[in-house]
Design a protein. Sequence first.
Length: 290
Amino acid sequence: MKREDVLMEALPYIQQFHNKTIVIKLGGHAMVDPVVLENAIRDAVLLHYVGIRVVLVHGGGPEISEKMKQMGKESVFVGGLRVTDTETLEIAQMVLVGKINANIVSLIAKCGARGVGLSGSDGNLILARKMELQKVNVGGVQKEVDLGHVGEIEQIDPALLNTLLDTGYIPVIAPIAIDRQGGNLNINADTAAGDIAIALKAFKLINMTDVDGVMDKGRTKVYRKLTVREAIDLQKSGAIGEGMIPKVQSVMKAVENGVGYAHIINGNTEHNLVLELFTHDGVGTMISLS
Ligand SMILES: Nc1ncnc2c1ncn2[C@@H]1O[C@H](COP(=O)(O)OP(=O)(O)O)[C@@H](O)[C@H]1O
Ligand SMILES: CC(=O)N[C@@H](CCC(=O)OP(=O)(O)O)C(=O)O
Protein backbone atom coordinates (compact mmCIF):
# COMPACT_ATOMS: atom_id res chain seq x y z
CA MET A 1 0.00 0.00 0.00
CA LYS A 2 1.25 3.49 -0.83
CA ARG A 3 2.07 5.80 2.08
CA GLU A 4 -0.69 8.24 1.13
CA ASP A 5 -3.21 5.36 1.03
CA VAL A 6 -2.28 4.39 4.60
CA LEU A 7 -2.94 7.94 5.75
CA MET A 8 -6.19 8.23 3.80
CA GLU A 9 -7.44 4.91 5.22
CA ALA A 10 -7.26 6.57 8.63
CA LEU A 11 -9.37 9.60 7.71
CA PRO A 12 -12.90 8.14 8.22
CA TYR A 13 -11.78 6.76 11.59
CA ILE A 14 -10.24 10.05 12.67
CA GLN A 15 -13.56 11.73 11.79
CA GLN A 16 -15.60 9.05 13.58
CA PHE A 17 -13.52 9.14 16.77
CA HIS A 18 -13.14 12.92 17.02
CA ASN A 19 -14.24 14.06 20.50
CA LYS A 20 -15.15 10.49 21.49
CA THR A 21 -13.89 8.95 24.73
CA ILE A 22 -11.66 5.91 24.47
CA VAL A 23 -10.55 4.07 27.60
CA ILE A 24 -7.29 2.19 27.19
CA LYS A 25 -6.20 -0.40 29.71
CA LEU A 26 -2.47 -1.00 29.79
CA GLY A 27 -1.83 -4.44 31.22
CA GLY A 28 1.18 -5.15 33.39
CA HIS A 29 2.39 -7.77 30.94
CA ALA A 30 2.33 -5.20 28.14
CA MET A 31 4.51 -2.83 30.18
CA VAL A 32 7.42 -5.10 31.04
CA ASP A 33 9.63 -3.69 28.26
CA PRO A 34 10.12 0.09 28.72
CA VAL A 35 10.51 0.61 24.95
CA VAL A 36 7.18 -1.13 24.28
CA LEU A 37 5.53 0.97 26.99
CA GLU A 38 6.90 4.21 25.59
CA ASN A 39 5.64 3.30 22.13
CA ALA A 40 2.16 2.61 23.52
CA ILE A 41 2.19 5.99 25.28
CA ARG A 42 3.32 7.69 22.05
CA ASP A 43 0.34 6.06 20.28
CA ALA A 44 -1.98 7.29 23.04
CA VAL A 45 -0.58 10.83 22.65
CA LEU A 46 -1.21 10.62 18.90
CA LEU A 47 -4.85 9.72 19.64
CA HIS A 48 -5.04 12.71 21.98
CA TYR A 49 -3.80 15.06 19.26
CA VAL A 50 -6.31 13.80 16.69
CA GLY A 51 -9.07 14.86 19.08
CA ILE A 52 -9.84 11.66 20.99
CA ARG A 53 -10.59 11.95 24.72
CA VAL A 54 -8.01 9.42 25.95
CA VAL A 55 -8.23 7.84 29.40
CA LEU A 56 -5.49 5.43 30.49
CA VAL A 57 -6.05 2.81 33.19
CA HIS A 58 -3.00 0.74 34.02
CA GLY A 59 -2.24 -2.53 35.75
CA GLY A 60 1.07 -3.72 37.09
CA GLY A 61 0.42 -7.26 38.33
CA PRO A 62 3.83 -8.64 37.30
CA GLU A 63 5.70 -5.79 39.07
CA ILE A 64 3.64 -6.23 42.24
CA SER A 65 4.43 -9.97 42.18
CA GLU A 66 8.13 -9.21 41.64
CA LYS A 67 8.24 -6.75 44.54
CA MET A 68 6.39 -9.23 46.77
CA LYS A 69 8.94 -11.91 45.85
CA GLN A 70 11.79 -9.57 46.77
CA MET A 71 10.11 -9.10 50.14
CA GLY A 72 9.73 -12.85 50.61
CA LYS A 73 6.00 -12.93 49.95
CA GLU A 74 4.21 -15.37 47.68
CA SER A 75 1.51 -14.13 45.28
CA VAL A 76 -1.77 -16.01 45.44
CA PHE A 77 -4.56 -15.43 42.91
CA VAL A 78 -8.16 -16.58 43.13
CA GLY A 79 -10.13 -16.23 39.89
CA GLY A 80 -7.51 -13.80 38.56
CA LEU A 81 -7.62 -11.62 41.71
CA ARG A 82 -4.66 -11.19 44.04
CA VAL A 83 -5.24 -12.19 47.65
CA THR A 84 -4.28 -8.91 49.34
CA ASP A 85 -3.25 -8.75 52.99
CA THR A 86 -2.29 -5.41 54.58
CA GLU A 87 1.35 -5.65 53.55
CA THR A 88 0.40 -6.66 50.00
CA LEU A 89 -1.92 -3.64 49.75
CA GLU A 90 0.99 -1.38 50.73
CA ILE A 91 3.22 -3.01 48.11
CA ALA A 92 0.47 -2.70 45.47
CA GLN A 93 0.01 1.01 46.27
CA MET A 94 3.75 1.60 46.16
CA VAL A 95 4.14 -0.11 42.81
CA LEU A 96 0.94 1.09 41.14
CA VAL A 97 0.59 4.65 42.42
CA GLY A 98 4.17 5.46 43.37
CA LYS A 99 5.98 3.91 40.45
CA ILE A 100 3.97 2.83 37.40
CA ASN A 101 1.46 5.69 37.43
CA ALA A 102 4.18 8.30 37.86
CA ASN A 103 6.26 6.71 35.10
CA ILE A 104 3.35 6.79 32.62
CA VAL A 105 2.69 10.47 33.42
CA SER A 106 6.38 11.24 32.77
CA LEU A 107 6.27 9.36 29.47
CA ILE A 108 3.22 11.36 28.39
CA ALA A 109 5.18 14.55 29.10
CA LYS A 110 8.15 13.17 27.15
CA CYS A 111 5.83 12.48 24.20
CA GLY A 112 4.55 16.07 24.25
CA ALA A 113 1.18 15.97 26.05
CA ARG A 114 -0.03 16.57 29.60
CA GLY A 115 -0.89 13.61 31.79
CA VAL A 116 -2.44 13.67 35.25
CA GLY A 117 -1.86 10.73 37.55
CA LEU A 118 -4.76 9.58 39.71
CA SER A 119 -5.74 6.66 41.85
CA GLY A 120 -9.34 5.70 42.57
CA SER A 121 -9.20 7.79 45.77
CA ASP A 122 -8.79 11.08 43.88
CA GLY A 123 -12.12 12.86 43.62
CA ASN A 124 -13.80 9.65 44.87
CA LEU A 125 -13.22 8.29 41.39
CA ILE A 126 -13.52 4.61 42.36
CA LEU A 127 -15.67 3.90 45.43
CA ALA A 128 -15.53 0.24 46.46
CA ARG A 129 -16.43 -2.13 49.28
CA LYS A 130 -14.51 -5.16 50.44
CA MET A 131 -15.20 -8.12 48.21
CA GLU A 132 -17.28 -10.92 49.68
CA LEU A 133 -15.81 -14.34 50.36
CA GLN A 134 -15.08 -16.21 47.11
CA LYS A 135 -16.04 -19.83 46.58
CA VAL A 136 -13.18 -21.95 45.29
CA ASN A 137 -12.83 -25.63 44.55
CA VAL A 138 -9.92 -27.18 46.45
CA GLY A 139 -9.46 -30.84 45.54
CA GLY A 140 -13.17 -31.28 44.83
CA VAL A 141 -14.19 -29.53 48.06
CA GLN A 142 -15.90 -26.10 47.92
CA LYS A 143 -14.17 -23.61 50.19
CA GLU A 144 -14.77 -19.94 50.93
CA VAL A 145 -11.72 -17.71 50.63
CA ASP A 146 -11.26 -14.19 52.02
CA LEU A 147 -9.35 -12.12 49.45
CA GLY A 148 -8.43 -9.49 52.06
CA HIS A 149 -8.18 -5.88 50.90
CA VAL A 150 -9.69 -6.52 47.46
CA GLY A 151 -12.48 -4.25 46.40
CA GLU A 152 -15.71 -4.66 44.52
CA ILE A 153 -16.59 -1.43 42.73
CA GLU A 154 -19.73 0.27 44.04
CA GLN A 155 -19.62 3.49 42.09
CA ILE A 156 -17.48 5.44 39.64
CA ASP A 157 -17.61 9.22 39.85
CA PRO A 158 -16.45 10.46 36.43
CA ALA A 159 -16.69 14.20 37.29
CA LEU A 160 -12.95 14.71 37.78
CA LEU A 161 -12.15 12.76 34.62
CA ASN A 162 -14.53 14.87 32.55
CA THR A 163 -13.02 18.07 33.95
CA LEU A 164 -9.52 16.87 33.03
CA LEU A 165 -10.59 15.72 29.58
CA ASP A 166 -12.43 18.98 28.90
CA THR A 167 -9.25 20.90 29.72
CA GLY A 168 -6.91 18.84 27.55
CA TYR A 169 -5.28 16.46 30.02
CA ILE A 170 -4.82 12.72 29.69
CA PRO A 171 -5.94 11.09 32.95
CA VAL A 172 -3.85 8.09 34.06
CA ILE A 173 -5.56 5.89 36.63
CA ALA A 174 -4.07 3.36 39.06
CA PRO A 175 -6.49 0.61 40.18
CA ILE A 176 -6.61 1.47 43.89
CA ALA A 177 -10.06 2.33 45.21
CA ILE A 178 -11.38 4.15 48.25
CA ASP A 179 -14.03 2.73 50.59
CA ARG A 180 -16.65 4.54 52.67
CA GLN A 181 -14.35 4.51 55.72
CA GLY A 182 -11.55 6.21 53.76
CA GLY A 183 -9.52 3.01 53.46
CA ASN A 184 -7.96 1.70 50.26
CA LEU A 185 -8.73 -1.46 48.33
CA ASN A 186 -6.91 -3.27 45.56
CA ILE A 187 -8.98 -3.52 42.39
CA ASN A 188 -8.28 -5.55 39.31
CA ALA A 189 -7.26 -3.09 36.60
CA ASP A 190 -9.42 -4.73 33.92
CA THR A 191 -12.50 -4.34 36.09
CA ALA A 192 -11.60 -0.72 36.88
CA ALA A 193 -11.11 0.09 33.18
CA GLY A 194 -14.43 -1.49 32.20
CA ASP A 195 -16.42 0.31 34.89
CA ILE A 196 -14.72 3.63 34.11
CA ALA A 197 -15.56 3.16 30.41
CA ILE A 198 -19.22 2.60 31.36
CA ALA A 199 -19.35 5.66 33.63
CA LEU A 200 -17.79 7.85 30.92
CA LYS A 201 -20.15 6.39 28.30
CA ALA A 202 -17.00 5.64 26.31
CA PHE A 203 -17.13 4.92 22.64
CA LYS A 204 -14.48 2.22 22.96
CA LEU A 205 -12.66 0.20 25.58
CA ILE A 206 -9.32 -1.22 24.47
CA ASN A 207 -7.60 -3.73 26.71
CA MET A 208 -3.89 -4.11 25.89
CA THR A 209 -2.32 -7.32 27.12
CA ASP A 210 0.45 -9.75 26.13
CA VAL A 211 -1.45 -12.08 23.79
CA ASP A 212 -3.01 -11.39 20.40
CA GLY A 213 -6.55 -11.62 21.78
CA VAL A 214 -8.92 -14.19 23.24
CA MET A 215 -7.79 -17.66 22.22
CA ASP A 216 -9.31 -21.14 22.14
CA LYS A 217 -8.58 -23.76 24.79
CA GLY A 218 -5.55 -25.18 22.94
CA ARG A 219 -4.25 -21.61 22.36
CA THR A 220 -4.03 -22.34 18.62
CA LYS A 221 -6.19 -19.52 17.29
CA VAL A 222 -7.27 -16.00 18.16
CA TYR A 223 -10.95 -15.12 17.87
CA ARG A 224 -11.25 -11.93 15.80
CA LYS A 225 -14.84 -11.32 16.90
CA LEU A 226 -16.90 -12.68 19.77
CA THR A 227 -20.46 -11.87 20.76
CA VAL A 228 -21.23 -11.75 24.48
CA ARG A 229 -23.08 -15.06 24.07
CA GLU A 230 -20.05 -16.69 22.43
CA ALA A 231 -17.74 -15.32 25.12
CA ILE A 232 -19.98 -16.79 27.84
CA ASP A 233 -19.92 -20.19 26.09
CA LEU A 234 -16.15 -19.99 25.83
CA GLN A 235 -15.94 -19.25 29.55
CA LYS A 236 -18.20 -22.21 30.33
CA SER A 237 -16.01 -24.49 28.20
CA GLY A 238 -13.05 -23.63 30.46
CA ALA A 239 -11.06 -21.95 27.65
CA ILE A 240 -10.67 -18.69 29.56
CA GLY A 241 -7.93 -19.02 32.16
CA GLU A 242 -6.72 -16.80 34.98
CA GLY A 243 -5.68 -13.34 33.86
CA MET A 244 -8.09 -13.45 30.93
CA ILE A 245 -11.12 -13.99 33.24
CA PRO A 246 -11.44 -10.38 34.50
CA LYS A 247 -10.67 -9.05 31.00
CA VAL A 248 -13.46 -10.98 29.31
CA GLN A 249 -15.86 -10.22 32.15
CA SER A 250 -15.13 -6.49 32.10
CA VAL A 251 -15.40 -6.10 28.32
CA MET A 252 -18.67 -8.07 28.29
CA LYS A 253 -20.07 -5.86 31.06
CA ALA A 254 -18.90 -2.76 29.18
CA VAL A 255 -20.66 -3.58 25.91
CA GLU A 256 -23.77 -4.67 27.82
CA ASN A 257 -23.81 -1.26 29.51
CA GLY A 258 -23.50 1.16 26.64
CA VAL A 259 -19.83 1.10 25.61
CA GLY A 260 -19.88 0.91 21.81
CA TYR A 261 -16.99 -1.44 21.17
CA ALA A 262 -14.56 -3.45 23.27
CA HIS A 263 -11.27 -4.94 22.12
CA ILE A 264 -8.59 -7.14 23.63
CA ILE A 265 -5.32 -6.59 21.75
CA ASN A 266 -1.61 -7.33 22.09
CA GLY A 267 0.17 -4.37 23.65
CA ASN A 268 3.56 -5.93 23.00
CA THR A 269 3.19 -5.57 19.25
CA GLU A 270 4.35 -2.13 18.21
CA HIS A 271 1.66 0.39 17.26
CA ASN A 272 -1.22 -2.10 17.66
CA LEU A 273 -3.23 0.69 19.23
CA VAL A 274 -3.19 2.88 16.13
CA LEU A 275 -3.62 -0.18 13.90
CA GLU A 276 -6.74 -1.17 15.84
CA LEU A 277 -8.21 2.30 15.61
CA PHE A 278 -7.22 3.51 12.17
CA THR A 279 -7.26 0.47 9.86
CA HIS A 280 -10.16 -1.42 8.29
CA ASP A 281 -9.08 -4.81 9.63
CA GLY A 282 -8.08 -3.74 13.13
CA VAL A 283 -6.25 -6.18 15.40
CA GLY A 284 -7.07 -8.53 18.28
CA THR A 285 -10.49 -9.69 19.46
CA MET A 286 -13.55 -7.46 19.27
CA ILE A 287 -16.36 -8.27 21.71
CA SER A 288 -19.78 -6.99 20.76
CA LEU A 289 -23.36 -7.36 21.94
CA SER A 290 -24.49 -9.34 18.88
N1 LIG B 1 -8.47 -17.99 26.38
C1 LIG B 1 -7.36 -17.25 26.55
N2 LIG B 1 -6.88 -16.53 25.53
C2 LIG B 1 -5.76 -15.78 25.67
N3 LIG B 1 -5.05 -15.69 26.83
C3 LIG B 1 -5.49 -16.39 27.89
C4 LIG B 1 -6.66 -17.19 27.80
N4 LIG B 1 -6.87 -17.75 29.02
C5 LIG B 1 -5.89 -17.32 29.82
N5 LIG B 1 -5.05 -16.51 29.16
C6 LIG B 1 -3.87 -15.87 29.77
O1 LIG B 1 -4.19 -14.54 30.13
C7 LIG B 1 -2.97 -13.80 30.08
C8 LIG B 1 -3.29 -12.31 30.09
O2 LIG B 1 -3.71 -11.91 31.38
P1 LIG B 1 -2.71 -11.18 32.39
O3 LIG B 1 -1.50 -12.02 32.52
O4 LIG B 1 -3.46 -10.88 33.63
O5 LIG B 1 -2.34 -9.89 31.56
P2 LIG B 1 -2.25 -8.35 31.90
O6 LIG B 1 -1.03 -8.18 32.74
O7 LIG B 1 -2.15 -7.74 30.54
O8 LIG B 1 -3.51 -7.93 32.62
C9 LIG B 1 -2.30 -14.31 28.83
O9 LIG B 1 -0.92 -14.11 28.84
C10 LIG B 1 -2.65 -15.80 28.86
O10 LIG B 1 -1.64 -16.56 29.43
C1 LIG C 1 -7.22 -7.37 42.98
C2 LIG C 1 -6.12 -7.48 41.97
O1 LIG C 1 -5.85 -8.57 41.48
N1 LIG C 1 -5.46 -6.36 41.65
C3 LIG C 1 -4.36 -6.33 40.72
C4 LIG C 1 -4.07 -4.89 40.34
C5 LIG C 1 -3.08 -4.75 39.20
C6 LIG C 1 -3.59 -5.38 37.92
O2 LIG C 1 -4.74 -5.67 37.72
O3 LIG C 1 -2.57 -5.54 37.00
P1 LIG C 1 -2.66 -6.28 35.60
O4 LIG C 1 -3.61 -5.54 34.74
O5 LIG C 1 -1.26 -6.20 35.12
O6 LIG C 1 -3.10 -7.72 35.81
C7 LIG C 1 -3.09 -6.98 41.32
O7 LIG C 1 -2.87 -6.84 42.52
O8 LIG C 1 -2.33 -7.59 40.54
